[in-house]
Design a protein around this ligand. Structure first.
Ligand SMILES: [Zn+2]
Length: 206
């Protein structure tokens, strides 16, 4: 089974991808994680990519594709964070055949609200937000540390990221609809509800 998970920033796609990977025994391939691993290993590709990211430029498709190719198993995976554009989707179609694209759809307003509310525990990494609210304000339920807000989690930055998503990634919806592998899931629901809806969609392809 070869899946893609699509979703705006803060749509919960990383969380869902991880849960689905565990449940269905798939490899979770996140471009963010791959890049971090490459950086640790200091590969030549990682160094090239890092220099682009530092300069704030968009990393060329060919390099991201190389990263994906190097890490893509024959089967049984869920892609998270790739493809992000039509040209990436077309490149991917040349090397593999995806079975299903799950789109965790959320309206922009909800994404903005979620992002602004997000608080993170610096000690254990727990993430709080609209669905998970700490029992004591700004204190981690799990370890009692003070929670913080990531500097990027502000309205201006999230609006910019949404604009990029809506311009570059949203065209993938039509692209995959035409190929009859697109499936929309209501991403505004709780983590559990989204997961059970996603699992139902996946069983239809088996
Ligand atoms: Zn904590």
């Amino acid at each position: 089974m070869k899946l893609i998970i699509l979703g705006k920033p803060s749509s919960g796609k990383g969380t869902q991808a991880k849960l689905l990977a565990e449940k269905l025994n798939l490899k979770h391939i996140s471009t963010g994680d791959l890049l971090r691993e490459e950086l640790k290993l200091k590969t030549p590709l990682a160094k090239k990519v890092e220099s682009y990211m530092k300069a704030g430029s968009l990393v060329p498709d060919s390099w991201i594709l190389e990263l994906i190719k190097n890490n893509l198993p024959e089967d049984n995976y869920i892609l998270d964070g790739f493809p992000r554009s039509l040209s990436q989707a077309e490149s991917l179609a040349k090397i593999t055949k995806i079975n299903l694209v799950l789109d965790l759809f959320c309206e922009d307003d909800l994404i903005i609200k979620r992002t602004i509310r997000r608080r993170i525990c610096p000690n254990c990494g727990a993430i709080y937000g609209s669905t998970l609210i700490p029992k004591v304000k700004d204190i981690c339920d799990k370890c009692g540390s003070g929670l913080y807000q990531r500097p990027d989690d502000n309205e201006k930055t999230i609006k910019n990221r949404l604009q990029v998503y809506n311009n570059d990634t949203s065209p993938l919806i039509d692209y995959y609809k035409k190929r009859n592998i697109y499936s929309k899931v209501d991403g505004s629901l709780s983590i559990k509800e989204v997961q059970s809806l996603a699992l139902k969609k996946i069983t239809t392809i088996k």
